[in-house]
Design a protein around this ligand. Structure first.
Ligand code: 5GP
Ligand code: MN
Length: 352
């Protein structure tokens, strides 16, 4: 079982970086932010406010789904695609930058250069495997369910559990819920439930949080899901794989909004005996891919090796710069060659 405390030397280093309440602080999440990226960032934001820091900014590279807009302090987020100058200025002028829920600067897209060029001390807090370079302090734990869980750990290690109010708790619980698929994966550590319990003890309405995240579909989004399942699902049972793809035209037909395709890949994964699922979304200049898998089928390695991406062992993503049709043919050929089984073996050997 993983340790329940963060390295005290690291915590001392964080404390010494946060030695002045007037410091300009930036909190940056990864591109296409998900519930954990927004939850951990806004949880951290409210914590720093509670600590008395006066100049704290949250910056995301691009927009995020509307089912995350309910979180406290959502209006404090600067979205770089909407306000690029402002976002880059905040990053350039920060003394400390918290980099949350990613472990490589390339995950921040158009903000990458501003971050690497900023004189700010960069603190990575993340739970993806194989952390990259470019950070001054690294709090990284692949056993954590989510970055939100690590933010809780950090606050506790700073001796500040008493500062966890409902606003912080709502954000962190949302991050844990979304990154574990409502406690259905990455959730075998008892500690995750203890933290969730502590968050609920603040008096928040956990049922409401679940409703706000999962039960606020538009009719178009639900119809898009139905279309994917009935018309677009491809199952390769002999290779234990299934995938769904969507063209721009199909997305337009269902009046696609940011976040509408979130979670669709999990339906492909829910078929009996399926070990590998993928979702391909046609964008203007690339195809965005989501991968899911079970057990030792390692989609992090598949995404890194073949699709310019990465992520976790059982949930990863990537990009293809080939047309959608060619991308699907490439994926099918990898599936038919059962390439993923060789990748899994290599990483398992590596981890021994
Ligand atoms: P999703 O499929 O939900 O977009 O992403 C699943 C996981 O893979 C998340 O942990 C996300 O951070 C990671 N991921 C998604 N796309 C990419 C990518 O292009 N590059 C890397 N390195 N990770 C990605
Ligand atoms: Mn995460």
């Amino acid at each position: 079982m993983r340790s329940t405390t963060l390295d005290p030397t690291l915590i001392d280093q964080v404390k010494s970086l946060l030695n002045d309440k007037n410091l300009p602080i930036g909190i940056v999440a990864h591109t296409n932010p998900d519930g954990d990226a927004i939850g951990s960032s806004l949880g951290m934001f409210e914590y720093l406010k509670q600590k008395g820091f006066k100049h704290v900014h949250v910056i995301t590279p691009n927009e995020y789904p509307s089912f995350l807009h309910w979180m406290p302090n959502n209006d404090q987020i600067t979205v770089a695609t909407k306000a690029p100058g402002e976002a880059k200025k905040m990053i350039r002028e920060a003394a400390v930058l918290f980099c949350l829920d990613f472990n490589g600067l390339s995950r921040t897209d158009q903000l990458e250069k501003s971050i690497s060029g900023s004189p700010a001390k960069k603190i990575m807090i993340d739970h993806h495997p194989q952390p990259g370079e470019g950070f001054d302090l690294v709090i990284s734990d692949v056993m954590a369910s989510s970055t939100s869980e690590l933010i809780y750990d950090l606050i506790a290690a700073m001796g500040d559990e008493k500062l966890i109010n409902q606003k912080i708790a709502q954000c962190l619980l949302a991050g844990i819920i979304t990154d574990t698929g409502s406690f259905s994966y990455s959730c075998n550590q008892p500690k995750t439930y203890r933290i969730a319990a502590k968050l609920v003890e603040t008096g928040l309405d956990a049922q409401k949080i679940h409703r706000l995240i999962y039960n606020t579909y538009s009719a178009d989004r639900l119809r898009l899901l139905g279309y994917c399942l009935s018309e677009k699902l491809v199952v390769l049972p002999e290779h234990q794989a299934a995938y769904i793809s969507l063209t721009q035209e199909e997305l337009d037909r269902f009046n696609h909004q940011v976040g509408d395709t979130e979670g669709i890949v999990n339906y492909a994964m829910s078929i009996k005996n399926i070990m590998l699922a993928a979702l391909f979304i046609e964008k203007s200049d690339h195809v965005k891919i989501s991968f899911r898998s079970e057990n030792n089928w390692n989609v992090n390695l598949l995404a890194r090796e073949y699709f310019n991406g990465g992520g976790h062992k059982n949930a990863a993503g990537g990009k293809s710069f080939e047309p959608l049709k060619d991308t699907l043919l490439h994926f099918e050929s990898l599936v038919k060659k059962e390439v993923i089984l060789t990748l899994s073996t290599e990483e398992d050997e590596h981890q021994k």
